[in-house]
Design a protein around this ligand. Structure first.
Ligand code: DGL
Length: 267
């Protein structure tokens, strides 16, 4: 009997539960892959933290996930990617997948020549974001908009209703008034508010999220082992924050996906 290789375990990290929007895309594409997720909710948000603090957290979490046997790291956080992906790739001899606000596809989609990028302050302030705009959005007006309230809402499990609608309206209305017809969800927490964002944006406009593209990238790196069919995959989700809160959020954020949870052994 020949031994089947096992698909590599995927490690995913974020400042909190936002990266679960990427986990669901990866699980959708690779339902047989084991996933170990670490949400750094005790340190959330990253969006207002200094680059050195973000890098330090990402390194600590990466070491922790490697200790759990992951063989690929997905930085499911735009803010953390911007400030840590280079250092991680230079340090660890495993694939490191990062993500950045979808400026390039948005610039290709716009008809009005104006795109709105919703992202954290940490993402927008980085030199990497500036380069992204210069390289891929030449001739397009890019209006950035940090939405720290969106992160708070998602961490609290408020994904719809008056509170979510008023926060989204406040962020989106000025962009719509400026003529934006493409709206980039440049933070992994924001896709959980996508339905509200779509309600507030003109019918003919586009809302863009990088999650599906990241999942495709992970799948391409794991081929051909990702094609192995197994009875069941394991999804384990840990938090540095409150475990009770995580357990309350999961049915809302990942409906239909079975996962075990635990409090992370790092603080
Ligand atoms: N989910 C994160 C991102 O993609 C950051 C949210 C935060 O901690 O501010 O940028």
């Amino acid at each position: 009997m020949s031994l089947q290789p096992t698909p590599p375990k995927i490690g995913i990290l974020d400042s909190g539960v936002g990266g679960l929007s990427v986990l669901r895309e990866i699980h959708h594409l690779l339902p047989d892959a084991d996933i170990h997720y670490l949400g750094d909710s005790a340190w959330c948000p990253y969006g207002n933290k200094a680059p050195e603090v973000i890098l330090d957290r990402v390194v600590t979490i990466t070491d922790y996930l490697l200790g759990k046997g992951v063989e690929i790291i997905v930085i499911a956080c735009n803010s953390a990617t911007i400030h840590a992906v280079g250092a991680l790739r230079a340090t660890y001899p495993i694939p490191i997948v990062g993500m950045e606000p979808a400026v390039k596809p948005a610039a290709a989609l716009t008809r009005s020549g104006v795109i709105g990028v919703l992202a954290t302050e940490a993402s927008i302030a980085g030199e990497k974001f500036h380069q992204l705009v210069t390289q891929h959005a030449n001739g397009v007006r890019v209006i950035t908009r940090p939405c720290p309230r969106f992160v708070e809402l998602v961490e609290a499990g408020i994904l719809s209703g008056p509170e979510a609608e008023s926060a989204v309206r406040k962020a989106i209305d000025p962009l719509v008034e400026s003529g934006a017809d493409v709206f980039v969800l440049g933070c992994t927490h924001y896709p959980f508010l996508r339905a509200v964002v779509e309600k507030m944006t003109p019918a003919e406009s586009h809302v863009v999220d990088t999650g599906p593209a990241v999942a495709k990238r992970v799948a391409s790196l794991l081929e051909p082992v990702s094609a192995i069919h197994r009875e069941r995959s394991e999804i384990h989700i840990e938090t540095t924050g409150g475990l009770e809160q995580l357990d309350l959020l999961l049915p809302k954020l990942l409906p239909g996906i079975k996962a075990t949870t635990a409090k992370a052994e790092i603080s």
